[in-house]
Write a protein that binds this ligand. Structure first.
Ligand code: URA
Length: 223
C-alpha cells in the first residue's frame, strides 16, 4: 500500500521524503511551521524583498524597505508610524532625533534597545514624511501583524495616533486612547505619545512616563 502510494507520488514528481520540518513548508508559505522567531522574521523579510513594489511608495523616492530591528524573542515591542529620512538612509527604524528619544524612553525602564523589537506600520518612507495613505497602510500592515505574531511580545507599545489607530482599528486620537491597557493579538497594548510629538511638546513626557511605568509593571507580572 505504502509502496503504491510512494510510486504514485514519484509519478507526480516527488523526488523523496524527509523528516526535516523545513521540508514540510510549501512554496508561498510566508510563515512556515516550527520556526524560531528569528527564522520566521528572516523569512518574512526575504518575502517582502529588498525592492518591494507592492504599493506606490516604491515610485515616490524611498531608498529602502525598513523592516524592523531588535530581539526576535522580545517581550516588549514598539510600533511607530513610518520611516523618516534617517531611517530611510540607514534601513533601521527610529534612528533619528525621535529615535534617540525612544532609546532614552526604553532605558528609563531599565531595558536596552537590543532587548526590545521596534517596527513601523509601514516599511517605506512617505515623501516629505507625509502621513501614510490608506492604500499604503492596507498593503503594508499585514507584515506588521505577522511580525507581532512571530515575536509574540507580552506588551506592544503603539507610538502615536497613527500606530494606535492602525492597531486598534479606531479613529480616536492618542490623547483619548492612552492611559488604558488594550488586549491585542495575545499581547497587552499600551498606546502612548510618539517621541516626535514629545520633541515638540516636552510637557507630555510626564504622561509617557506614566505609560512606561505601566509597561514595566505588565512586563513584570505573571500574565
Ligand atoms: N518615526 C516613526 O514613526 N518611525 C520611525 O522609524 C522613525 C520616526
Amino acid at each position: 500500500m505504502i509502496v503504491e502510494h510512494l510510486r504514485f507520488a514519484a509519478e507526480l514528481g516527488v523526488a523523496g521524503v524527509s523528516r526535516d520540518p523545513a521540508w514540510r513548508a510549501r512554496a508561498g508559505d510566508t510563515v512556515p511551521l516550527l520556526r524560531s522567531g528569528a527564522e520566521a522574521l528572516a523569512a518574512l523579510k526575504a518575502d517582502i524583498g529588498p525592492d518591494c513594489s507592492r504599493c506606490k511608495l516604491h515610485t515616490l523616492g524611498r531608498r529602502q524597505v525598513v523592516f524592523g530591528v531588535g530581539n526576535p524573542e522580545a517581550s516588549l515591542m514598539f510600533v511607530g508610524e513610518a520611516p523618516g529620512a534617517d531611517e530611510d538612509i540607514q534601513g533601521v527604524p527610529f534612528v533619528g532625533r525621535a529615535g534617540q528619544l525612544l532609546t532614552k524612553i526604553i532605558e528609563a525602564i531599565d531595558l536596552k534597545r537590543e532587548d526590545v523589537y521596534i517596527a513601523n506600520v509601514i516599511k517605506c518612507r512617505p515623501p516629505q514624511n507625509r502621513n501614510p495613505e490608506q492604500d499604503e497602510v492596507e498593503t503594508c500592515e499585514p507584515f506588521l501583524f505577522q511580525q507581532i505574531d512571530m515575536i509574540k511580545p507580552k506588551v506592544v507599545v503603539a507610538l502615536g495616533t497613527f500606530a494606535a489607530r492602525a492597531l486598534l482599528r479606531t479613529l480616536d486620537p492618542i490623547s483619548r486612547l492612552r492611559g488604558r491597557v488594550y488586549e491585542y493579538r495575545g499581547a497587552k497594548l499600551i498606546p502612548t505619545f510618539h517621541p516626535a510629538y514629545l520633541l515638540r511638546n516636552p510637557s507630555s513626557k510626564r504622561e509617557v512616563w506614566e505609560d512606561m511605568k505601566l509597561v514595566k509593571s505588565l512586563l513584570g507580572s505573571e500574565k
